[in-house]
Design a protein around this ligand. Structure first.
Ligand code: ADP
Length: 252
């Protein structure tokens, strides 16, 4: 398998505090790779270093064969990064925002086609501030796709969304993988990681304790003799909620 990202012995210090402590991992081309860890584990710092947005203290990073120290501009050209909400001009509509970003990348782009990919065609003339939480997330994923990137980075893409919008975003992320885009994401939701990620790294206090597929990690835990009380019921409250309210999005 082709390694599209390689991180070796990456260290990030903020003054005397070591936020990322010599971590190494790789991401295979075409996979969804998850960085999982509690708040403060160093996930965002790691992502932003790979995205060329933050400096590292030491270690090496390669993306699509480009070295972060030598070719950061080449890396920028092949990746897509979600902007924070503050990055969107409040008085432009979605079509105008996409055209603006496309201009920054010096690309011609069919804004409606891109909005269609993330099911926002009907909101083409709406302003960012008029969107629901799920729509905002879908729009920010659309903006990562403008330069036709090989890898996109999603930092907690479903935090704060209702169950319908979360599942809808999972479908979007899986559909992007099926078209060949490699995806690196962070999440606090283990059910999300289990559904989406081909492999995950468990990060805590700046150190990776395990990297494997979700299924292998679960099997390894079971092999230690771990036992969970069997569920008394074969459905959860979330199943009840989805069953009663349906899977359709409610925000439109
Ligand atoms: P995560 O994304 O896993 O929640 P972060 O990468 O945001 O973790 O932060 C890792 C640690 O580094 C935290 O303890 C955080 O407080 C600290 N940190 C992050 N950014 C800075 C900064 N600019 N200056 C000092 N400390 C920082």
């Amino acid at each position: 398998m082709n390694k599209i990202i390689e991180v070796q012995q990456l260290v990030k210090k903020y003054d005397n505090f070591t936020a990322v402590n010599a971590i190494s991992f790789h991401v295979n081309e075409g996979e969804i790779f998850g960085l999982l860890g509690p708040n403060g584990a160093g996930k965002t710092t790691t992502l932003e270093i790979i995205e060329t947005l933050r400096s590292k203290t030491s270690g090496s990073v390669q993306v699509c064969g480009f070295d972060l120290d030598k070719d950061p501009i080449k890396i920028k050209e092949v990746i897509g990064v979600q902007l924070q909400a503050a990055g969107y001009y409040p008085n432009l509509n979605l079509t105008q925002l996409i055209e603006l970003f496309a201009g920054l990348y010096n690309k011609q782009i069919d804004a409606l086609e891109l909005l269609n990919k993330v099911q926002l065609t009907e909101k083409a003339k709406a302003k960012y501030k008029e969107l629901s939480g799920g729509q905002k997330q879908r729009f920010s994923i659309a903006t990562t796709l403008i330069n036709n990137p090989k890898v996109i980075f999603l930092d907690e893409p479903t935090t704060g969304l209702d169950p319908q919008a979360r599942r809808n975003l999972w479908d979007l992320i899986l559909s992007l993988r099926s078209t060949g885009t490699t995806i690196v994401l962070t999440t606090h939701y283990m059910d999300e990681a289990e559904v989406l990620c081909d492999r995950v790294a468990i990060v805590d206090a700046g150190v990776i304790s395990k990297i494997d597929t979700p299924s292998n990690l679960i099997d390894q835990l079971l092999a230690t003799g771990f036992e969970k009380p069997l569920p008394v019921k074969q459905a959860s409250l979330e199943d009840v909620f989805i069953n009663l309210t349906g899977k359709a999005l409610r925000e439109e």
